[in-house]
Design a protein. Structure first.
Length: 132
């Protein structure tokens, strides 16, 4: 049994399989997920697990070069945006796009991790960097 890192075998495999510029989405429980993208469903009830806990865990094991957020997070969930900005290295590019474009962009993700988060626009696309 693993002693450290991500214990969820599906998330661990997705991260291991990712290459430069591949994308992974972490989503709240309401984001629509297309059938052709792998869904890793962690939600057990509203609020559990929360978005930030999952994001912190994934960020600890993934090299990220860019993130994408919905523009609407600025108005409808500024507290979550502030938490994300505190977690993200200032050298990582943050791109804001409208929510409809964001939903379409998730179709390019290797997987979408569904959390139990129940606050508006608690979704992020993480683009993989390289470790060398």
């Amino acid at each position: 049994m693993k002693k450290h890192g991500i214990l969820n075998s599906h998330i661990s495999k997705v991260l291991s399989d990712m290459g430069h510029t591949d994308q992974l989405t972490i989503a709240d429980c309401g984001l629509p997920i297309t059938t052709h993208v792998e869904k890793i469903d962690l939600a057990i009830r509203l609020g559990e697990p929360d978005f930030i806990s999952v994001l912190k865990t994934v960020m600890s094991d993934m090299k990220i070069e860019r993130i994408v957020l919905a523009e609407e997070i600025k108005q409808y969930n500024p507290n979550l945006l502030a938490e994300i900005q505190q977690l993200v290295n200032p050298l990582i590019e943050i791109q804001f796009i409208d929510h409809n474009s964001f939903k379409k962009q998730t179709h390019k993700s290797k997987a979408i991790i569904r959390t139990g988060e129940a606050t508006p626009y608690a979704n992020i696309i993480l683009q993989s960097g390289v470790i060398f």
